[in-house]
Ligand binder design. Structure first.
Ligand code: PA5
Length: 491
């Protein structure tokens, strides 16, 4: 290996290049334009990318980028001075978060998962299921969405399905379509008591028995130290992974909860955690030095100005579930004490032809988050004789999607609708880890700034108790509220 080749992997650490990967301190006052220094850095990065194509060296370490230039000067209005003033509070919040991480405090400890998750333990636990053609995760909320996000973002020969609802028709259709003899059931519940999860488990178990499949050979569980699921695992000696202590479900994607399914699918779970670690390493006491915090601070500041909806719009089919995961994270963590920001799920370019009308021309109460990988496996568009389509022929679907992304961004900016661009290089394991951790850290920062209890979910627990009470699963006051329902039926 030549000296240059040997040094190339280190180049991402070179300061000008790092600057291109981090949010700029000098966002342009004009929507959609980059500053000269940022432009220089991007040129430097492109140059490096060009060099890399000639040398057989591994990809550089990548990291999530946030472009906040279009967050300013729109409606709701946010200006740079306000954000700069907020930076002092970001520093305080950062020290609070760091303290929480250092002492493994409830919730904060989730941000330590890149180093505390034991990937060898996960691989060992799922090893008996290496013959799986399908993995069926039975869980709900945070016990399903992290695994589903990873499964949908990454290609695998092992199919992944999720039973995270108790719709009988859907469940029946899904079970009828699966060969249960080659399916592994991955039952996930931190509490081990969630009605939907346990009901679905019983249904899948029965379906396995009916198909002559020994369910005890094809089931493993991920659960907390107590609860029905733990008892069941012990009674039937099922392989069982622990849910890490102090990690709420929606922050558990980077633990056993999200990674066991990924391991069965053959994904490199160490690379997912390496992507997460890259984001953890960039948490800093200024939002201008930390993309994750930049996103958390800008969304918080815009919400304070009236942007009470965050339309989250990835430009990749494989990130549609990530938008769903984000919606849970944002809503369940931040929707408290009359505060919060409603996450709306959208998909580019499809929803340009539906929801975009509202985002651009509706009430001035929102921001739009535009997310994309900058590299993807592309597919050419065939040449055509049709003169009117000559601009498409010979181009590619990826080029078209990128043009749609940039056009939407510019169209929102032109209509003074605040928007934020989030990018990763690739949707590989590392990139998915960057996104999961980056948005979790953004959410924790937002929660600190808003002064809410980010890691609790009293409203969700209320509903769970009411449902269990209704079904006779215990004596819960919440169930009484159902009988008190008011009615004004029009039929
Ligand atoms: O984020 C959360 O804590 C919730 O969404 C839970 O993950 C969800 O309610 C499922 O709970 P459990 O894992 O106890 O079954």
């Amino acid at each position: 290996m030549s000296g240059l080749e040997a040094r190339l992997p280190l180049l991402p650490l070179f300061p000008p290049l790092r600057a291109s990967l981090a949010v700029t301190r000098e966002p342009s006052s004009t929507h959609g334009r980059e500053t000269t220094s940022r432009g220089f850095c991007i040129v430097a990065y492109d140059l490096l990318a060009g060099l890399r194509s000639y040398f057989p060296v591994p990809h550089p370490l990548t990291a999530m980028r946030i472009d906040i230039a279009n967050a300013f000067g729109g409606e709701p209005a946010l200006d740079r001075t306000t954000l700069e003033e907020l930076d002092e509070r970001v520093a305080e919040a950062h020290y609070r978060i760091r303290e929480g991480m250092e002492h493994d405090e409830f919730g904060y400890t989730a941000l330590n998962l890149p180093e505390t998750t034991d990937t060898a333990e996960i691989r060992d636990a799922v090893e008996p299921f290496s013959d799986s053609e399908t993995v069926l995760t039975v869980g709900i909320g945070g016990s399903a969405l992290g695994a589903a996000t990873i499964a949908d973002a990454l290609e695998s020969e092992v199919d992944a399905y999720f039973l995270d609802n108790v719709d009988p028709e859907h469940t029946a259709r899904l079970l009828d379509s699966l060969d249960l003899s080659t399916t592994t059931m991955n039952v996930v519940s931190n509490s081990g008591t969630t009605a939907e999860t346990l009901a679905n488990f019983l249904v899948v178990r029965e379906a396995m028995e009916e198909d002559g499949v020994d369910w005890t050979e094809r089931t493993f569980v991920t659960t907390g130290p107590e609860g029905n699921l733990r008892e069941l695992a012990e009674q039937h000696e099922l392989p069982a992974l622990p849910v890490p202590e102090g990690v709420p479900g929606r922050f558990a994607a980077l633990s056993t909860v999200g990674l066991a399914c990924a391991a069965i699918q053959g994904h490199d779970i160490d690379a997912i955690l390496a992507g997460a670690a890259a984001e953890r390493d960039r948490l800093a006491d200024s939002l201008f030095d930390s993309p994750a915090y930049a996103y958390g601070a800008v969304t918080y500041a815009l919400a304070a100005e009236g942007a009470l909806t965050n339309a989250f719009m990835p430009y990749a089919e494989s990130l549609e579930t990530f938008a769903e995961w984000f919606a849970q994270l944002w809503a369940e963590s931040l929707g408290k004490d009359g505060q919060g920001q409603t996450p709306a799920r959208a998909l580019g370019a499809t929803d340009q032809h539906s929801q975009l009308q509202l985002y651009r021309a509706g009430p001035r109460d929102k921001l739009v988050t535009l997310l994309r990988p900058t590299e993807r496996t592309d597919r050419g568009i065939p040449e055509t004789d049709l003169a009117g389509l000559s601009y498409l022929g010979g181009s590619s679907l990826g080029t078209l999607l990128d043009a749609e992304f940039e056009a939407t961004e510019a169209s929102l900016a032109a209509a003074n609708c605040p928007n934020v661009r989030v990018e990763v290089d690739r949707l590989d394991e590392h990139g998915v880890g960057e996104l999961l951790y980056g948005m979790e850290a953004a959410c924790v920062l937002y929660g600190e700034l808003a002064g809410v209890e980010t890691f609790t979910q009293p409203a969700v627990e209320w509903g769970k108790r009411a449902a269990r009470g209704l079904l006779g699963g215990g004596d819960f006051d919440e169930a009484d509220a159902v009988g008190e329902k008011r009615r004004l039926v029009i039929d």
